[in-house]
Write a protein that binds this ligand. Structure first.
Ligand code: ATP
Length: 239
């Protein structure tokens, strides 16, 4: 039986790029970085790197349709991003770091809700696997307000991975994770691409870039530079 929460279970009609940007301008009234060209295909992990405030989160929020592009061309699943479209909601899983929890729902209930919302078969099994994988067994019945910041981050990641997806968008997923969980995150991203999923992430973690990325984009005010993963990891160390 296929594992329901694994990627690639909802193929997109566009078998080509899941994300394609050309001369994309992102920002708030004014662009925050140089124009961005990027493409993300199935089986790829594109890591967006750059110093604090260079526009990584802004780029990700624009790609998923939370912010309007200021210029250039941007396609998500072959069309301008629309976070309300059924195709985007069923295909794109995201963890943009917002601590947006239901205060009265436990860890387990959050994950079950995600599974029910996305029609995941055998939700109980999937949730117990994720709770175990993300080290939340002893906190499964805890409310978000009773979790540590790292445990809340683990819950956000588990929720993104609880649902079917073809594209995973993550904003600094390594934040607040301990070393063991950061290693696990790297392995999970590799697993994601090897299963045919695509990942677009912003990160400051050279180990995640070296271990999981297939391509890197270094974001700057004057230039956006494509790098290979080894050069990307070195560039993070030099920021
Ligand atoms: N809602 C907003 N309105 C106006 N400016 C904003 C807003 N959010 C962020 N900015 C500014 O846009 C620029 C890019 O911010 P962004 O959060 O995209 O950077 P980042 O590369 O993700 O940074 P970090 O590595 O610190 O997370 C920064 O100068 C930031 O102050």
């Amino acid at each position: 039986m296929p594992v329901p929460a694994r990627p690639g279970t909802r193929p997109t009609p566009d078998t080509d790029a899941l994300v394609r940007a050309r001369e994309l301008r992102v920002g708030y009234d004014l662009p925050v970085c140089a124009p961005v060209d990027l493409t993300v295909h199935a089986g790829e992990v594109l890591a967006v790197i750059g110093a604090n405030g260079t526009g990584k989160s802004t780029l990700l929020r624009t790609v998923v349709g939370q912010l309007e592009p200021l210029g250039g061309r941007l396609e998500l699943l072959g069309a301008p991003p629309d976070e309300r479209s059924a195709q985007v909601r069923s295909t794109v899983a995201q963890d943009l770091g917002d601590d947006a929890f239901f205060p009265a729902l436990t860890v387990r209930e959050h994950l079950l809700l995600t599974c029910y919302g996305h029609g995941v078969p055998a939700p109980g099994e999937v949730v117990e696997e994720l709770v175990e994988e993300f080290g939340l067994v002893s906190r499964a019945d805890a409310l978000p307000s009773a979790l540590s910041s790292g445990q809340r981050r683990r819950l956000l990641l588990a929720a993104a991975l609880a649902r079917p997806r073809s594209l995973l968008v993550l904003d600094e997923p390594e934040q607040r994770l301990d070393a063991g969980m950061r290693n696990h995150l790297t392995e999970r991203l590799v697993e994601e691409r090897e299963a045919g999923g695509a990942v677009l992430l912003a990160t400051h973690d050279p180990a995640v870039v070296a271990g999981a990325a297939t391509a890197v984009l270094l974001i700057g005010e004057d230039q956006v530079q494509p790098l290979d993963p080894a050069a990307g990891a070195a560039a993070i160390d030099a920021l």
